[in-house]
Design a protein around this ligand. Sequence first.
Ligand SMILES: O=P(O)(O)O[C@H]1O[C@H](CO)[C@@H](O)[C@H]1O
Ligand SMILES: O=c1cc[nH]c(=O)[nH]1
Length: 234
Amino acid sequence: MSVHINAKKGDIADTILLPGDPLRAKYIAETFLEDVVQYNEVRNMFGYTGTYKGKRISVQGTGMGVPSISIYITELMAEYDVQKLIRVGTCGSIHKDVKVRDVILAQSASTDSKMNEIIFNGINFAPTADFDLLLKAYNAGVEKGLNLKVGNVFTEDVFYNEHAEHEKWAQYGILALEMESSALYTLAAKFGRQALSILTVSDHLLTGEVTTSEERQLTFNDMIVVALDAAIQD
Ligand SMILES: O=P(O)(O)O[C@H]1O[C@H](CO)[C@@H](O)[C@H]1O
Ligand SMILES: O=c1cc[nH]c(=O)[nH]1
């Protein structure tokens, strides 16, 4: 048992999917996994273990933002020896070439989070996805005929931020905004583990377009299947 996860050692698989929303964790477990056991309900941050195509996989809600995901993934890596971590999240596009419902593989994650300044004492660390996982996810998406976008995303600390410079960030190639990937990549690097963020564009900050709940459900399924198929490849 760790401080925020009420599971025994061995209850959690060495590969895990990480949605921000604990109800997305429940949906993934109930829809895509077999022989599911719920291992965590502390703070309603649900965690489940089951099998996908015969391989053991877990799925754990992380909450919103860098502090919350940092707590969960640190405990997952330090206390439960999790090796492969794949975030399955939503994001807002700031780029004209990235449309609502597109699926992004976050190759890297820029950030305004203070976390890396604290860890690296002012040095600009570059939080980066694991190439092997990125390639596996990319190939899984291509096999499904998906037009995946691959690039730099921005992990923001402030969801409602009227000071954000979206135009400049897009000019420098940032595709979309979300709130956890830089922490995932930094902490996975610290522990020597593999990590990748896969994100579905739920809204567009340039056009004001948003998705309906039904559309989000269908698009999430693309992202989830790409994540699961990448996760089970040796
Ligand atoms: O849908 P999730 O995975 O929570 O991801 C995005 O949604 C939340 C904001 O609404 C933030 O956590 C952001 O990163
Ligand atoms: O963090 C997020 C998630 C979705 N849309 C946004 O604009 N930001």
